[in-house]
Design a protein around this ligand. Structure first.
Ligand code: SF4
Length: 973
């Protein structure tokens, strides 16, 4: 059985509660989410509730209600902090009904922010290492001392011509645009991210189609929803998306979920399609083929909006350039993906594929699709999954339509700050090596391997909300690099919590959780554009009470600070006299020559950069800053549909020229558009100015930010940059596809990268409520495999990877395909010592032994147990499991195109040996370096056409100046 629409499945689909709020109703501050229980804004300064524990005595609590946003996943849902007016303690966090994305609702992780604020194990003061790195010897230092030491280190690197020795490596940024300004003001190409172990595969597949790397489905109005991931429980953007998927379901939409594992999302769907891992793209092309062969696709949309002419002229020059000829070729290209072939390949019945294809055709322009992580982050060639998924949107014309799938930039707004620095003129080859010219993000998880190879070194390394030792594959190589002071001169960990990586830092700098810091952000949660302000709620409450606060650490617990103010202070100290040209970006736009305050920074943005906000604020008699501080959020506009069809504005057409071959419209006088904000072809300036649109049927239209201005069925970029075999949407053999595995030898596919809805990678280690709910990551195993291996639920099994093994307990379940094992990546936190090394709620104490050179055994000496602290609950811990840290046993597996780590593992699962203990990890780093070199060899390095490191039109975070794109351009050192 590989596919299910069984009676059991159908009965599992419980009718969801009706949603009263009209989704297309304009959002306004006076409106709540339709529930009547939110306190009205006119009482937010003194909201009264009774103390429940004093009942029946009616003891009043007087609260100041301060909105902020959640930082426990990337959705940035609205939160409302209830700050006690007397004690200034946050007593609870609930939803903010004014937030357009979350509409007053949160998942378990939102309110659990309270437990992160009150965690007795949290870091309260800046700490400096005093013994050898990793020895666990620390002393408390002042913020001034830490800032001066770090500023001196950076200043030396900049003044000595080593700009690329400064690197900022972020896990969850939680902000839009702030750090871009900081790093570009320093003139460095020093941004590094976690994205290549997360969403690069997904982004790449979308970017090759539309030049924009994320989808924004209008789930609420969809007729059919096709998901390749667990979106109801853990997808991007979890809570805002989940509530809209359910909304569509209550209106009759059908849901299909492709996932080898029966996730909660799959259990709520109409069709669960557990395709063999690595065959998802074949399954999607099977559906596409039904639409193509039966001519159920939107001919007019495909004709107008794909670059089929270029495809014919380049790959089929013998053909006449007509749409009929293209359709004939299309039928020939995809004819091999018959339902029968796909059934054989994927294990999904042919009839089911045809049935779903027909459902998709019926949904037409109301097809919402989404994938993020999951298969796209699992496989060699994983980026082909979003590419083939979006192909279904292209075929049905369901792009930018009601109920369809839009590019995310239509539903996202990034405000511009004051005094924007120019782009850096250097290229960092450690993060953007020549081998990966098309990688969507930095080759972050290869950093220690590159350092080991001698490709560079770092004078200053920041980690922020990032735990690379734990989160990346091949963590022992990370530990090695982080310990080596000749490779990393100074490491500052900006973090709310102790972690496996902050243990290896020189400075540990405590930063606030979601209710203790400033950020702005905007995400594509639905068909509208909004912006939200995260703010330090106690500071705001104090200011409302008339107390003066200069820096956020004066209001937060201990001296917990926030990054925004930290970077201002640090930048000022790097360039105190302005001679490096940095200081000017940190001078107030309101008080020339003086240091900007955090209020002024956001005041300027809200006054100058958010359309409609000043007017909305004025209507309430507020300044824009006061409005945002009061409501925490502002809806900018509802999504306009089919924006690619919009005419090019007259002012841009005035002096425009049409490139006769490509039909792209160029304007010599057009101002640069940000491809993150306004779709436009290519976005790359040329001798004729800038592209501003494309001619379609003789009409100038806005088009897409691709070289052709159209949706690129044919990718000239892939064709010309060494990958002609992938020039059109296709199916790429995964490293764990069924045909690759030796099933007779017991080989299986491990799915190690799925989320559970109650944990947050490493950041929930300090959330006691969440750890009480979820503290195990057993190995999911199908009964047939359990029988073959000879284990039952609770038994220990050893999972052997290419570089080692881990030992976990087994959970036997029919909820996944035979031949597949699964283990959630959230668990398995560990610490080397009892204190200051990890949270008591979540981590096991371990020892690490090097048995042979480069061969390590990590063993748990004890799991979680009760501990003494200021929180009486810490003595009541009833669980002992901390889970198993599987990532340590994975080699790096970079996809040669997207650069994404292919998380899925080719493993053997065997019964544990008598010597094995729960949680054992064995890793041979010699073998992991061999795996690194083998995957590196798959790459096809730059330069590409024009002697370029990378195509200029492709998105790149912190995009440098064009001069740095030349292969012989400046690299910095
Ligand atoms: S989905 Fe949950 S964790 Fe994510 S931002 Fe919303 S409330 Fe927070």
């Amino acid at each position: 059985m590989v596919s299910s629409k069984s009676p059991e499945m159908q009965s599992a689909v419980a009718p969801a509660a009706p949603v009263k709020r009209q989704v297309d109703q304009p959002f306004a501050p006076e409106q709540t989410s339709g529930l009547a229980s939110y306190p009205p804004p006119d009482q937010w300064d003194d909201w009264v509730e009774y103390e429940p524990r004093a009942w029946p005595e009616k003891r009043e609590h007087h609260y100041m209600l301060v909105p902020t946003t959640c930082f426990n996943c990337e959705s940035a849902c609205g939160l409302m902090a209830y700050v006690d007016r007397e004690t200034l303690q946050v007593r609870k966090l609930e939803g903010n009904p004014f937030h357009p994305g979350s509409r007053g609702r949160n998942c378990a992780k939102g309110p659990a922010t309270l437990t992160q604020i009150n965690d007795p194990d949290r870091i309260l003061y800046p700490m400096k290492r005093v013994g050898p790195r990793g020895s666990g010897q620390w002393e408390r230092v002042s913020w001034d001392d830490a800032l001066d030491a770090i500023a001196a280190q950076i200043r030396s690197a900049l003044t000595e011509g080593r700009p690329n020795e400064v690197m900022y490596h972020v896990g969850r940024p939680g902000e839009d645009g702030y750090m871009e300004r900081v790093l570009q003001s320093w003139g460095i190409d020093g941004h590094n991210s976690h994205t290549n172990i997360c969403s690069s595969g997904g982004r790449t597949g979308y970017a090759f189609w539309m030049g924009i790397d994320r989808p924004s489905p209008d789930y609420a109005n969809a007729k059919f929803i096709l998901l390749v991931s667990a979106h109801l429980e853990s997808g991007h953007y979890f809570n805002p998306h989940a509530q809209r998927i359910i909304e569509a379901k209550t209106k009759g939409a059908k849901i299909a979920v492709i996932d080898p594992r029966l996730s909660n999302t799959a259990s709520m769907s109409d069709y669960w399609l557990p395709a063999s891992p690595g065959t998802e793209a074949a399954l999607l092309l099977g559906m596409a083929n039904v639409l193509i062969q039966e001519e159920l696709f939107d001919r007019e949309f495909v004709r107008r909006w794909t670059n089929w002419e270029d495809y014919l002229q380049t790959l089929h020059p013998e053909q006449e350039v007509s749409f009929d000829a293209f359709v004939a070729e299309l039928k020939r290209e995809y004819a091999k993906y018959t339902p029968e072939f796909v059934e054989k390949e994927c294990g999904v019945p042919a009839s089911m594929i045809v049935e779903i294809a027909h459902e998709i055709a019926r949904a037409g322009s109301a097809l919402s699709t989404h994938t993020w992580r999951a298969a796209s982050a699992g496989h060699l060639g994983g980026w082909a999954v979003p590419r083939t998924l979006f192909f279904l949107n292209v075929l049905t014309g369901s792009i930018g339509t009601e109920g369809g799938t839009a590019p995310n930039v239509w539903d996202k707004f990034v405000p511009r700050p004051f005094a924007e620095p120019s782009k850096q003129k250097v290229w960092n080859e450690v993060s953007w090596p020549k081998e990966y010219p098309l990688a969507h993000h930095e080759m972050s998880f290869l950093l220690p391997h590159f350092l080991k190879e001698g490709r560079g070194k770092l004078a200053m390394y920041f980690t922020r909300v990032y735990n690379p030792v734990w989160t990346n594959p091949d963590g022992f190589v990370w530990m090695d690099a982080l310990r080596d002071e000749s490779k990393i001169g100074m490491h500052a960990a900006l973090t709310p919590t102790w972690s496996e990586s902050s243990w290896l830092a020189d400075y540990v700098l405590p930063m606030g959780v979601g209710a203790e810091r400033h950020d702005t952000h905007s995400y594509e949660t639905h068909a509208a554009k909004w912006i939200a302000l995260r703010q330090p709620v106690v500071r705001i409450a104090m200011e409302r009470l008339g107390k003066k606060v200069d820096f956020t650490y004066q209001a937060n617990p201990g001296e917990v600070w926030e990054e925004d103010e930290f970077w201002i202070e640090l930048s000022w100290r790097i360039d105190p006299d302005g001679s490096l040209g940095i200081r000017k970006y940190y001078e107030s736009p309101y008080r020339p020559g003086e240091k900007v305050t955090i209020d002024e920074y956001y005041q300027w943005i809200f006054e100058n950069s958010i359309p409609g906000l000043p007017e909305a604020a004025a209507a309430e008699g507020l300044t824009p800053l006061a409005y945002m501080r009061k409501y925490g959020t502002f809806e900018i506009q509802k999504q306009a549909m089919r924006q690619f069809d919009d005419p090019i504005p007259d002012e841009e057409l005035a002096d425009a020229k049409i490139d006769q071959e490509s039909q792209v419209v160029w304007s010599p006088s057009a101002k640069p558009h940000s491809p993150e904000i306004t779709p436009m072809p290519g976005g790359v300036a040329g001798p004729d100015g800038r592209p501003v649109g494309v001619m379609v049927d003789g009409q100038p239209c806005r088009g897409w930010p691709t070289p052709s201005g159209k949706l690129e069925f044919f990718s000239r970029t892939l064709y010309e940059w060494g990958w002609p075999e992938y020039a059109i949407p296709t199916y790429i053999d995964s490293h764990v596809a069924p045909k690759v595995l030796d099933r007779a030898a017991g080989e299986m596919t491990l799915l190690p990268n799925y989320r559970i809805p109650t944990l947050i990678h490493t950041r929930s280690g300090n959330a006691k409520w969440l750890n009480e709910i979820s503290h195990s990551n057993p190995l999911w195993l199908h009964p047939a495999d359990a029988t073959r291996i000879g284990v039952k639920t609770g038994d220990l099994a050893r999972v052997e990877t290419e570089i080692g093994y881990f030992v976990d307990k087994v959970w036997v379940t029919e909820g996944l395909r035979p031949g597949v094992v699964a283990c959630s990546h959230h668990l398995g936190r560990w610490r080397l010592e009892d204190t200051r090394a990890g949270d008591g709620w979540s981590s096991a104490k371990v020892s690490i032994q090097e048995n042979d050179p480069g061969v390590f055994l990590m063993r748990q000496s004890r799991g979680v147990r009760p501990f003494n602290s200021s929180d009486p609950d810490s003595k009541k811990i009833w669980w002992s499991d901390a889970g198993v840290h599987q990532n340590l046993t994975f080699p790096v597996q970079p996809d040669p195109i997207s650069g994404a780590h292919a998380w899925h593992q080719r493993v053997r699962v065997v019964k544990a040996s008598p010597d094995d203990q729960y949680g054992d990890i064995m890793v041979d780093t010699n073998r992991s370096m061999e795996a690194f070199r083998r995957w590196l060899k798959m790459s096809r390095p730059a330069p590409g056409p024009g002697n370029m490191r990378r195509p200029m039109w492709l998105l790149r975070p912190y995009k440098p100046d064009p001069v740095a794109f030349q292969i012989d351009g400046p690299t910095g050192r």
